[in-house]
Design a protein around this ligand. Structure first.
Ligand SMILES: *[C@@H]1O[C@H](CO)[C@@H](O)[C@H](O)[C@H]1NC(C)=O
Ligand SMILES: *[C@@H]1O[C@H](CO)[C@@H](O)[C@H](O)[C@H]1NC(C)=O
Ligand SMILES: *[C@@H]1O[C@H](CO)[C@@H](O)[C@H](O)[C@H]1NC(C)=O
Ligand SMILES: *[C@@H]1O[C@H](CO)[C@@H](O)[C@H](O)[C@H]1NC(C)=O
Ligand SMILES: *[C@@H]1O[C@H](CO)[C@@H](O)[C@H](O)[C@H]1NC(C)=O
Ligand SMILES: *[C@@H]1O[C@H](CO)[C@@H](O)[C@H](O)[C@H]1NC(C)=O
Ligand SMILES: *[C@@H]1O[C@H](CO)[C@@H](O)[C@H](O)[C@H]1NC(C)=O
Length: 617
């Protein structure tokens, strides 16, 4: 996923040619373009019908900043540092507050429910408190008709918020509860050397007023550029805002889907320098965190807002650390805290803070720490190799983390505790996502496979073969999932899109496989292995007596032999790009994919859009 690319090649003699000019070179503004290729190679047939390419939006890759030292090394095998790249990754955001088509209903009810008609309403689930009557108020993000209780209240069946036990982490109340706090600095006025240039469309406010309320915004990182685009606009190639950074490449970003409104959107970005930017695009304000890598100076490979928290987000750094930051706190040089960082080897035995040996999470700073004046809020070291991706479970209790060392870790992040450690068939794991009901975790890897892991069975249940190179991204299609069947898509370095269907009935594990030694029978109510009523911070393991795997700690699971695990075929595998594909997502009308080179392709679902009608006519 984070392949270090060969040095970029620019036309010989051109302004960016390394051997060329030395002094100041003119900055050429690269522009996005849109095209509508048609023909049989731009469509594909699946069981439900034909998907047809609607358009190809090419996001311009910015040339390197003149101050970025050109990397000249004639040796193609040289391993000197090069800028990390993550290709083009997008977040799709709609200000429309309709519920998603399938909604997680909580651990007590293990089924998915059909949304949109009101049945998704669950008064016990404040994570998904949508109102079918009035919708959410765009001002304060509260349901207008559900209850008067503040959204932060904890109700039955929902996970506690991260850090809830620590009074020092309680957000300071704002004077006007309806007003979201903005970052400190005006991005257009910034004289920071970190930001090279900010181009705001001159008709931004008119375009924001005129757009349809259910239109989709896209935020995209492309090397040192970050773009905000309106996909519902007929001029979508004209970005609403483009920020160019000086040297740092933006590798990942996330948008808080709960705080979004027509007056406020919280975006966080992670950079190759380790730095993080919190940006609010409507007011064009930003705050820079982990400045100059004060806390961690390794690239950020994945960044996500922590569910249930307005201020906290989690960043995966390439030194194998997970770091929790608060968007409002200042940086301070970080040294692992003495009392916290006590796990240093697999023979360490029980430690004062309750960690059992072999946990393999070194808590460098606990969320329970009394020192919460500055960032980081918490820091955990997982591996000496880079973390490639992580994903929060739909019930907001677990975190799935995949690493370059070929491991998948299931972490109870509320308790800062490792629950399971799985290994890939071979090679690093590159991406991860949960089924919408939280029962299974999917990972993609450098073994060209997608693996399906069961949380309840603590084991691998299926492998999916269809890519011819590394798998780079996974996403579920909530419009084609129901309570027994799942549809997901994957893209890979081979430029392929694969679609997959699997059902609960297909995932029966062979009765006598060796995994049973280490498996744990789960209560029907769900996968919690820890007493969910005990307070956060009392790191009790209720299963510490259950041994049986290779390390005898109930956590680490051996690799499953290939022959013992069912192999699922894709329902579709098709080449969608000549460049490595790096991201995909599903909307009600389309599948959207992107590639390293910046092509964002929208594939209309069967029967959606004029092109589809013409093709089937
Ligand atoms: C990009 O667009 C701007 C403004 O529309 C224009 O001035 C510039 O020449 C374009 N650049 C290229 C490379 O086409
Ligand atoms: C940026 O501007 C502020 C005041 O507006 C000034 O104090 C600061 O020195 C400037 N920084 C640089 C790098 O020019
Ligand atoms: C701003 O958007 C308008 C409308 O889409 C477009 O005509 C114009 O060229 C854009 N300006 C820039 C600088 O991209
Ligand atoms: C940011 O600075 C620009 C340029 O000076 C100004 O037009 C804009 O109003 C400022 N925005 C805010 C929110 O202060
Ligand atoms: C965004 O912020 C809200 C609080 O305003 C929080 O409840 C929510 O879980 C946050 N994160 C995400 C991913 O939505
Ligand atoms: C673990 O750390 C302690 C000090 O914190 C040290 O004395 C001990 O030698 C370390 N053990 C290993 C196995 O590294
Ligand atoms: C269990 O699997 C082994 C091979 O792994 C096989 O020899 C044996 O017959 C199987 N037992 C049953 C009951 O299926």
């Amino acid at each position: 996923m984070f392949v270090l690319p060969p040095p970029p090649r620019y036309p010989a003699g051109g302004p960016y040619h390394p051997g060329g000019l030395t002094g100041i070179v003119p900055m050429i503004e690269t522009n996005n373009t849109i095209s509508n290729p048609t023909g049989p190679e731009w469509q594909f047939l699946v069981g439900e019908g034909t998907y047809v390419l609607k358009e190809d939006l090419h996001l311009a890759t910015p040339p390197p900043h003149p101050s970025e030292a050109p990397i000249v090394n004639p040796n193609p095998l040289a391993t000197n540092p090069q800028p990390a790249t993550a290709g083009t990754k997008l977040s799709l955001v709609s200000l429309d507050q309709r519920p998603p088509p399938f909604v997680y209903k909580g651990p007590a009810e293990s089924t998915l429910s059909l949304g949109g008609s009101g049945v998704a309403m669950n008064e016990h689930q404040n994570e998904f408190r949508y109102s079918t009557e009035g919708g959410m108020s765009s001002e304060d993000g509260r349901g207008t008709s559900t209850s008067d209780a503040p959204t932060a209240s904890i109700t039955l069946g929902s996970a506690p918020a991260f850090g809830e036990g620590n009074a020092l982490l309680m957000p300071t109340p704002t004077k006007d509860a309806n007003k979201k706090r903005k970052p400190k600095n005006n991005v257009t006025k910034s004289n920071s050397s970190f930001i090279s240039r900010v181009i705001v469309n001159e008709s931004l406010s008119r375009r924001l007023t005129d757009r349809p309320s259910d239109g989709i915004f896209a935020f995209a990182n492309i090397n040192r550029a970050f773009q905000w685009i309106d996909l519902s606009s007929s001029n979508k190639q004209d970005y609403l805002t483009k920020i160019l950074f000086t040297k740092a490449h933006c590798l990942c970003h996330d948008v808080n889907k709960t705080t979004r409104s027509s007056s406020h959107i919280d975006v966080i970005m992670g950079f190759s320098t380790g730095e993080v930017i919190w940006w609010e695009p409507i007011s064009q304000r930003y705050t820079r965190l982990n400045k100059n890598g004060a806390i961690n100076n390794t690239p950020v490979s994945e960044i996500r807002w922590i569910p249930g928290s307005e201020n906290l987000f989690l960043a995966a750094h390439m030194d194998g650390s997970l770091v929790v930051y608060d968007k409002e706190k200042e940086d301070a040089p970080f040294n692992p805290e003495e009392e916290a960082s006590s796990v240093n080897g697999s023979e360490a035995g029980d430690t004062p803070n309750g960690l059992t040996h072999g946990n393999r999470i070194i808590i460098q700073k606990s969320v329970c720490s009394k020192n919460q004046k500055t960032n980081p809020v918490a820091a955990w070291k997982l591996s000496n190799q880079r973390i490639n991706a992580f994903a929060f479970s739909p019930d907001h209790r677990h975190l799935a983390v995949v690493c370059e060392d070929g491991t998948l870790r299931i972490i109870d992040y509320l308790r800062e505790e490792l629950l399971d450690l799985f290994n890939s068939y071979y090679g690093g794991l590159t991406c991860a996502c949960w089924t919408p009901d939280g029962k299974y975790i999917l990972t993609g890897g450098q073994d060209d496979l997608i693996s399906i892991w069961s949380l309840a069975d603590s084991g691998l249940v299926a492998r999916c073969q269809g890519h011819q190179s590394w798998v780079s991204a996974l996403a579920f299609d909530p419009w084609r999932c129901d309570d027994r069947n799942y549809r997901f898509g994957s893209v890979g370095e081979d430029g392929r899109l694969c679609l997959w269907d699997f059902g609960v009935g297909m995932l029966h594990r062979p009765k006598n496989a060796s995994w049973q030694r280490g498996s744990i029978s789960m209560p029907a109510g769900g996968p919690q292995r820890v007493d969910s009523t005990s307070p956060v911070g009392a790191r009790m393991r209720s299963n510490s007596g259950l041994d049986g795997d290779d390390d005898g700690d109930g956590i680490s699971h051996p690799v499953e032999p290939r022959a013992r695990i069912p192999m699922l075929p894709p329902v579709l595998t098709t080449v969608i790009d000549t460049h490595p594909a790096c991201w995909l997502d599903f909307t009600e009308d389309a599948i959207i994919t992107s590639c390293k080179n910046g092509h964002v392709r929208t594939w209309n679902r069967p029967g959606k859009g004029a092109a589809a009608q013409a093709a089937t006519a």
